[in-house]
Write a protein that binds this ligand. Structure first.
Ligand code: PLP
Length: 390
């Protein structure tokens, strides 16, 4: 792509190699397109990779969150704690049950849920908490799990950004009651669209598997195989959330590269840190000790007091320089639905409301060349220099 005669560096492009293409083609040729042996293998490889007992592949991270809430028994009228600094999916799944997502503000530095503010949001109706590992940095799980034990809450981790991530040497995916990953096109590994739920609990695992395919009795997908039978029984009104073998074929190959992709992103993060570390106008991502960051996102915060332009103008200026960026996220309480339905105001979540005007996500993905990374640094430095407030 070109911009003003120069190459455009998009915010993200996936890294799809020959192995992925061959694996998908082989699956297409096999004649088995929907859920089958490839999905089973993807689940097995995924649970081996994380060291978890059960992994259930589904067709999106949102589906994984929905099934997780169903498995732990969320009901109409329940409350579920959700950070406001997240994507729509984290809260909408709570609303599927006619339950209420109760928002909590973020930490101003890590942008993760502020664990110190969770307890005051808990009521007698609270049944679960959904920590979101923002950008790939794990939340303060010790504090969150302590609160979950104290108030008998289920912990459903939204790990859409957190593959691979660890908290105190434990991989995310092995800590909470259920952990939900996303393989959306921009995520750290991709199946185009897809997701995975992991758990140590066999009953929740069985429930999620069954509900992911119409609530039909065990191994329904086998009914068109030699070992399968035409007979099936609907035990509950379930959903249509199964992953296809075509997508799993992609996922199996992407998973093999997960650590390599991670090292590449980590290297880019370190280069950005060094390049922007001395710029007063930019705060680089803050991370806590004792964690490994997935570096799904590299979110800078602009010191607007030192600049003569807004965040939106900064994004436009970078676009002019040929650099694609994004914003993660527009906090949920600022969206019309949540403002109108629950009466939320910006002042209810001052940290998220304030950082929202300062955050910019820079490109960070394995396909970036060293020259791409240098171009991003040069463009950011130029825009900052040109708009320095004297
Ligand atoms: C924090 C977060 N949670 C959940 C999701 C939903 O994942 P999916 O798009 O796979 O449904 C996303 C992104 O897409 C996300 O960023």
């Amino acid at each position: 792509m070109s911009c003003n005669g120069r190459e455009f560096i998009p915010f993200h492009t996936p890294q799809i190699g020959d192995a992925e293409i061959e694996s998908v083609v082989e699956t297409l040729r096999s004649g088995w397109l929907t859920t089958g042996s490839k999905v089973k293998r993807f689940e097995e490889e995924f649970s081996k990779y994380l060291g978890c007992s059960h992994a259930i592949a589904v067709n999106s991270g949102t589906a994984a969150l929905h099934l997780a809430l169903d498995a732990v028994g969320i009901k109409e009228g329940d409350e579920v704690i959700v950070p406001t600094m997240t994507f729509a999916a984290t809260a909408e799944v709570v609303l599927y049950f006619k339950a209420r997502p109760v928002f909590v503000d973020c930490r101003p530095d890590t942008l993760n849920i502020d664990s110190d503010q969770i307890e005051k949001a808990i009521t007698s109706k609270t049944k679960a908490i959904i920590p979101v590992h923002f950008g790939g940095q794990p939340c303060e799980m010790d504090q969150i799990l302590r609160l979950a034990r104290k108030y008998n809450l289920r912990t459903i981790e939204d790990a859409a950004h957190a593959l691979p991530t660890s908290y105190q040497d434990k991989k995310i995916g092995t800590i909470g009651d259920v952990t939900c990953f996303s393989f959306y096109a921009t995520k750290t590994i991709t199946t185009g669209e897809g997701g995975m739920a992991t758990t140590e609990n066999p009953e929740w695992s069985d429930r999620m598997r069954m509900m992911s395919l119409h609530g039909i009795s065990h191994d329904a997908w086998k009914r068109y195989t030699k070992e399968g039978s035409w007979h099936y029984e609907v035990l509950y009104p379930g959903f249509k959330y199964n992953l296809t073998d075509v997508a799993a074929a992609l996922g199996i190959e992407q998973l093999k590269k997960c650590d390599g992709f991670w090292r590449a992103r980590k290297r880019i993060a370190a280069i950005y840190d060094k390049a922007f570390g001395d710029l007063e106008e930019i705060q680089t991502p803050v991370r806590r000790p004792g964690i490994e960051h997935a570096w799904h996102l590299y979110v800078i915060q602009l010191n607007l007091e030192g600049l003569r332009l807004t965040r939106n103008q900064f994004i436009e200026a970078l676009r002019e320089e040929g650099i694609g960026t994004s914003v993660h996220f527009i906090p949920l309480h600022l969206h019309p639905y949540y403002r109108h339905k629950f009466g939320y105001k910006p002042a209810d979540f001052p940290n998220a409301s304030s950082v929202f005007h300062r955050i910019v996500s820079l490109p960070i993905y394995p396909k970036m060349t060293e020259a791409d990374v240098e171009s991003v640094i040069a463009a950011v430095s130029k825009v900052i220099k040109q708009n320095h407030r004297l």
